[in-house]
Design a protein around this ligand. Sequence first.
Ligand code: ADP
Length: 495
Amino acid sequence: MTDQPLILAIDQGTTSSRAIVFDQSGTIIATSQQEFRQIFPADGWVEHHPLEIWETTLTTAREALQTAEQKGGKVSAIGITNQRETTLLWDRQTGQTIGNAIVWQDRRTSDQCQKLKEKSLEKIFTERTGLLLDPYFSGTKLAWILDKNPDFRQPAEQGKLAFGTVDSFLLWRLTGGQVHATDATNASRTLIFNIHTQKWDDELLEILNIPKPLLPEVKDCAADFGMTAPEIFGRPIPICGIAGDQQAASIGQACFQPGMVKSTYGTGCFVMMNTGDKAVRSANRLLTTVAYRLKGETSYALEGSIFSAGSAVQWLRDALGLIETAAQSEELAAGISSTGGVYMVPAFTGLGAPHWDPQARGALLGLTRDSGRAEIVRATLESISYQTADLLHGMESDSGISIERLRVDGGMAANNWLMDFLAGILDLPVDRPIVTETTALGVAYLAGLQTGLYKNLEDIAQSWQLHRSFKPQLADDRRKQLLEGWQQALKRVLA
Ligand code: ADP
């Protein structure tokens, strides 16, 4: 093999760090993955040890790079994608992190968010950031660290400390402490970044009492982020692309036109719709966020999530023992013609957009003596489709754009029955690509764009390849009946 240019994508996720090396055609040349600890210090708290994030990233990146280069190519650029919103603080001088990383799932700032809402401050946060006042986002997590450790306030104000989401933390370490920066997608999840002006928002910083000298520089998603320190990979390699995981997946799915939508079905499900240069304000409590920023031009997106998707299938397997493997859900669902009116509402941890009911809990409704294992399994898979339909309808009504098809990825997208049913319920074609590692692929594309491996987004869109398209085949009256039944079931569950 010749010395073809390769791209290393670092995918630092919530439960594991992964590294994937791609060639120019988007083909995977090498991969490496390592899990790390989830730390639960108190009810509702979730932390990661910063050194474990760093070491698993470094080990997997080195391993994937070495394997790929042994095959003959040469890694010419690096892209980073990451679990979003997770918050870190460190000392610029010593590199020492202050406490653990507070993970996006962590609910410790619920009370603070509630207090801000009581002061009628949600409106200003939503207007400027596109987000809601929820502990999910970084801002209140960072404020919490500073409030709990008064000794850090002065060094924070003097610029001796640095705040970062995971991308920023990794970039700082990879460049040997030379670069403190982030990209516009990660910044857009912090609750302190104005998505319209593309600047840190002084007023929001003041409300949360966060000193500005802590903050990283915000760059485009494809940019010159600096060189890795030579000791990291034995030679300096440029870091050329950064995007948060869901935005990266959307780029990996080549959703570059307004109205293009991707849905990632993993543990949870994340749906993102490109809305072009318009930051669409949602009337359905969807989030408005930065899809990507390239050459100073921002493209926006609407985002919604389903908290329990694959995790509901895990529940069928681990808590109920109804299936032995997640894949078995497919044959059970396909083996019956309907659930016979059984609905499952998987609100194990509340419901997300468009309902946003944290108090809601799951329910199984419409059971009769005919209902059995297959009905319950099928109802669980069906619920993923109904929730996707609720999100897509919200997106269409907010944006005024009618969605023409859906691109899918994630572990559950392997379930053909589910994809077929989804197409029927949405009344839209559902397209599954060949490469479903869309998150890593997305930042590989960004890095390749910066180095000139790809000329433009059109060039990238050309390399997206369809694996299978699922056509809608459900009769209109049947779809209507099923969706009505779902709305009835939801009503029973919502507070
Ligand atoms: P994550 O990235 O969130 O860890 P993945 O994208 O790897 O998740 O997807 C894993 C999830 O998908 C698991 O929750 C699993 O239950 C579910 N899953 C995997 N294969 C199937 C399948 N064939 N049918 C239904 N669910 C599946």
